[in-house]
Design a protein around this ligand. Structure first.
Ligand code: ASP
Length: 323
């Protein structure tokens, strides 16, 4: 049996519903700790209860602790795979953070649940079992951090939460899942082409994320410039365009050496320097805005943060975001 590290961090998968109020909350004891019987048949599992937090309480600091713990345990105790249970709200961010900061080929699988442990149709234990099966699968090696829920295997880079309550919430727009978990096994039918990892030791930078809207101007850009931020990601319109009233504020940030990364608020497609009108992609590129290749806003933010922690700047940032 494979030697698998199981890290619990909290989320609905570790919560219970209060039947009298219908609200969902953490219990003092994580209910997943009671499911050892059904999971110990699948692998030689070591459980670490690292956090017991709802995922909106997870910050980059907890993500870094997870990355350090995983790297240390894989190196020192030669675990062959890792499973992390996590709240679904920020699951894609933690998964992508780990993908960017851990270079091991051992399968690292993040899972969660949409229904808490005592709800009708609870999906937590089922997803945990699927995630353990994937983490113990030879074919999962070298594919980067994976997200497994609802019988599907997604890459951390492409997956996103698409529905507030449906158990099929995790999707990879444009690309689809790379594999499937069935009753008899685990099958992959796509392999990610490239992967970037960065060595970081701490989180010291402040990177923000803004979403563009029709009629947006430079007020927010001027305000955040005063905060002395280290980087900014903007979810732009369509193919990578912004209202013209934002150009002045953007120019000020870039002149002050604040890197600005552009993604689209559309969840399919790339941003490119196609339109030459005022505020269009061509003008933004000429200003020095960095165009990101298909990442959503929250993931581009983490990539910029991690790249800055890794001392990347200027042209090297441009290159990083091309991949
Ligand atoms: N709000 C919960 C969380 O992210 C949602 C979940 O886990 O499904 O912690």
């Amino acid at each position: 049996m494979k030697k698998i590290l199981l890290i619990h961090t909290g989320g609905t998968i570790s919560m219970k519903e209060d039947k009298s109020t219908g609200t969902v909350q953490q219990d003092r004891q994580n209910p997943l700790l009671e499911s050892t019987g059904s999971i110990n048949k699948l692998a030689n599992i070591t459980v670490v209860e690292l956090f017991h937090l709802p995922s909106p309480h997870i910050t980059e600091n907890e993500m870094l602790i997870m990355a350090k713990t995983i790297k240390e345990k894989i190196m020192q105790d030669s675990f062959e795979g890792v499973v992390i249970t996590h709240g679904t709200d920020t699951l894609e961010e933690t998964a992508y953070f780990l993908d960017l900061t851990i270079s091991s080929n051992a399968p690292i699988v993040v899972t969660g649940a949409m229904r808490s442990s005592n709800e009708l149709g609870a999906d937590g234990l089922y997803n945990l079992i699927s995630a353990i099966k994937v983490s113990a699968c030879e074919d999962a090696r070298g594919k980067g951090v994976l997200v497994v829920l609802n019988d599907e295997i997604h890459t951390a880079r492409n997956v996103t939460k698409t529905h507030t309550s449906n158990v099929a919430t995790f999707q990879s727009p444009q690309y689809g899942p790379i594999g499937i978990v069935t009753k008899r096994g685990v099958s992959f039918y796509q392999t990610p082409l490239n992967r970037q990892t960065f060595d970081i030791d701490s989180i010291t930078k402040n990177v923000m994320l803004l979403k563009a809207y029709a009629g947006m101007d430079s007020i927010l850009l001027e305000a955040i410039k005063k905060l002395g931020i280290d980087g900014l990601v903007i979810e732009a319109l369509g193919q990578g365009n912004l209202p013209p009233a934002m150009v002045g504020g953007l120019n000020n940030l870039i002149k002050n050496d604040v890197p600005v990364v552009l993604v689209s608020r559309c969840f399919n497609g790339f941003v490119e320097d196609i339109y030459s009108y005022d505020g269009g992609g061509k003008q933004l590129k000429e200003l020095g805005v960095i165009f990101s290749n298909g990442l959503n806003g929250q993931k581009a933010r983490l990539k910029l943060l991690i790249a800055l922690e890794n001392n990347k700047n200027g042209n090297s940032l441009q290159e990083l975001f091309k991949q």
